[in-house]
Design a protein around this ligand. Structure first.
Ligand code: FES
Length: 86
């Protein structure tokens, strides 16, 4: 199971973390990944100036905006699952 954590702290929230979560949720359904990917939220990851912060496995990414969320998901999540990397 690959865990994706989206920061829902205030500074990431104002940059659209809830929208990023919606995009990820939609893509998880669309790609049938609900048994391979777990989506969760966390408060402040201490990279507020670089929000929206998203952690995939143990890698933290910054500046994941709603409009980039779909390509981020394919590049960082789906590709990682294909490689079998966790
Ligand atoms: S509010 Fe998201 S990293 Fe601080």
């Amino acid at each position: 199971m690959l865990t994706i954590v989206i920061c829902v702290g205030s500074s990431c929230y104002v940059r659209g973390s809830d929208k990023v979560a919606e995009v990820f949720e939609r893509l998880i359904q669309q790609e049938n990944l609900s048994d391979r990917v777990e989506l969760t939220g966390a408060f402040c990851m201490e990279h507020c100036s670089m929000g929206v912060s998203v952690r995939v496995g143990d890698v933290v990414y910054g500046e994941v905006y709603p409009e980039d969320a779909e390509s981020f998901f394919y590049n960082e999540v789906v590709s990682r699952l294909k490689q079998g990397v966790r």
